[in-house]
Ligand binder design. Structure first.
Ligand SMILES: Nc1nc2c(ncn2[C@@H]2O[C@H](COP(=O)(O)OP(=O)(O)OP(=O)(O)O)[C@@H](O)[C@H]2O)c(=O)[nH]1
Ligand SMILES: [Mg+2]
Length: 311
């Protein structure tokens, strides 16, 4: 609250300016951050208060925002209810999580015909306060997709130290497994094995849909096809079915770069199926492996490492 006070002006009117707004607390997705380590040490963050309004209708300064830099893959939830609030995936995006309070209003604003000299001003509003839980989800660099029983879990266990359950029936894998692969050159990378996809997966048939969003974030897909067993008869059918499901789920998945890998080369009849697949898809680059015996798994790891390096 302030009144104009000047020599020769007998009744200076109200001239209190508005207060500044409080700063916001803003979450910023920064790919240079790899861990949440900093948030173990410091746990309380606040943006600056707005400055009070002044006489002569001077507006108080707005408080500075507080930016919290978080690695991509951070899931932010309410620490009390554990309800997820935001999943920080897109690099360099900013999200206001706690809005600063609005500045108060100076008495100048309240002048009216009936009250020319209001002796009150409106105080500022408090800012939003909240307690957050931050979790960093490991983002896989490579996702393995394929029909149930294609050998996805066998492949991840032959590339990494991960030991998922492997069995001779579909839907052995119920939740994704992550394995760290250490290639002979370049950075270690994470591979995710997800439950097998089946026809209608994009509509929620089977287990796959829950996990398609995980692989949406991976850099590269290994499209794994069984050429050893007879189900389905034709590996081309398997290939088309999976691609159709990926495309129906999202454009992003459809466009993701794929390495097509034909598995179970150690079984009889595999080479014949490879030949017919190649004849049908002459322009497609493929790799043939045996995840079970480890045959040609090393070249696959090298190919992944060099593709990831180029990304
Ligand atoms: N002979 C042979 N068998 C394999 C090979 N790779 C996997 N298998 C077998 O195929 C079956 C299925 O393997 P998994 O690794 O469990 O297959 P998956 O794709 O993870 O299956 P789901 O988790 O059910 O989708 C198991 O009996 C494996 O031992 C291979 O290269 N050669
Ligand atoms: Mg599996």
């Amino acid at each position: 609250m302030s009144f104009r006070r000047e020599r020769y002006i007998e009744f200076g009117g109200p001239d209190g300016g508005d207060g500044g707004n409080g700063g916001d607390v803003i979450l910023r997705v920064d790919p240079a951050q790899r861990t949440l380590y900093d948030y173990r040490r410091q746990k309380l963050f606040h943006a600056k208060n707005g400055a009070p309004g002044l006489g002569k209708q001077k507006h108080g300064q707005n408080g500075n925002h507080k930016f919290l830099d978080l690695p991509p893959g951070t899931l932010v939830s309410d620490a009390g209810t554990l309800e997820p609030i935001i999943d920080l995936t897109l690099e360099h995006t900013e999200h206001i999580i706690a809005k600063g309070g609005q500045g108060g209003r100076g008495n100048k604003r309240f002048a009216s015909a009936t009250n020319r000299a209001p002796k009150f001003a409106q105080p500022g509003m408090p800012g939003v306060e909240m307690k957050l839980k931050l979790e960093l989800k490991l983002l896989a660099d490579v996702g393995i997709v394929g029909l149930p029983n294609a050998g996805k879990s066998t492949l991840i266990s032959s590339m990494s130290a991960a030991r998922p359950k492997i069995a001779d029936y579909p839907f052995t894998t119920l939740t994704p497994t992550l394995g760290m692969v250490e290639p002979p050159f370049g950075e270690p990378f994470a591979v995710a094995d997800i439950p097998g996809l089946i026809e209608g997966a994009h509509e929620g048939i089977g287990l796959g849909i829950k996990f398609l969003k995980h692989i949406e974030r991976t850099g590269i897909l290994i499209h794994l096809i069984d050429v050893g067993e007879i189900d389905p008869e034709n590996p081309l059918e398997a290939f088309n079915l999976i691609n159709k499901e990926l495309a129906m789920y999202s454009k992003k998945l459809a466009k993701k770069s794929q390495i097509v890998v034909l598995n179970k080369m150690d079984l009889t009849g595999a080479q014949n199926r490879v030949d017919s697949f190649k004849a049908a898809m002459p322009d497609l680059k493929i790799l043939t492996i045996s995840a079970a015996t480890g045959q040609s798994v090393k070249p696959l790891v090298k190919l992944l490492a060099s593709k990831l390096q180029k990304e």
